[in-house]
Write a protein that binds this ligand. Sequence first.
Ligand code: OOG
Ligand code: MG
Length: 262
Amino acid sequence: MKLPRDVIESLARHLDDCALEAHDTPKITDAHPDMDWDDAYAIQDTIRRHRLARGARLVGYKAGLTSHAKMRQMGVDTPVFGFLVDTYGLPDGGECKAAELIHPKVEPEIAFVMKFELKGPGCHIGAVLAATDFVIPGIEVIDSRYRDFKFDLKSVVADNASAARFVVGGQPLAVAGIDLRTLGIVLEKNGQPVSFGAGAAVLGHPAAAVAMLANHLGARGESIPAGSLILSGGITEAVAVEAGDNVTLRVHGMGSTGMRFV
Ligand code: OOG
Ligand code: MG
């Protein structure tokens, strides 16, 4: 750790205020170039504590920057992890209020719902599949609090990996008997297909992202509890959206989910 506790606290409050008031900020490493990974996750953990203290419920976790398309789009080379609280969740087919967000983008993802606790280190794809209850289509709405979506990895970790909203829906499927690598997806915006992909875009297999998340949490003395929802990461580049847009994700054999931006 390079930053003193009071600086971690004030950066956490600052980023949380930006999220709550929908205004942007320069990336925090500009003013704190020495901050390290532990500082970044400590800021994220502090935001999580504040959110839970205000009554939010932890519902799961997200992995981000797990596909080459996303890494290339954002100019980074390692996945990041964040938390999901109930207040991020939207009903399937529901409304997402664009005015509450700065510059939202949507990402097609495979969401995992866990049947058993998953605890790293040492988790692998097999352990993830064994612990999974079902997978379900998910759209994540990311909204970096950083000006023009420009950040480095430590800044984005501190900002809870740009987490903002999500929706899941469609047909849940048990993982036995399906190959998540060849699972095809189509993301539509206003009825037009805008991006396509398959599960293998996420680290070769979406369960690999969940294993990485479990190992990351395990190194910090945490685990993925049974019942958690895990967003395994955008399969394609994120797509910018604004009020008036309709977004639908279709996943092969799993129906669709979507939302409207108002
Ligand atoms: C970071 C979050 C990326 C994903 O699925 O790749 C993410 C960002 O690009 O703002 O959630
Ligand atoms: Mg995502």
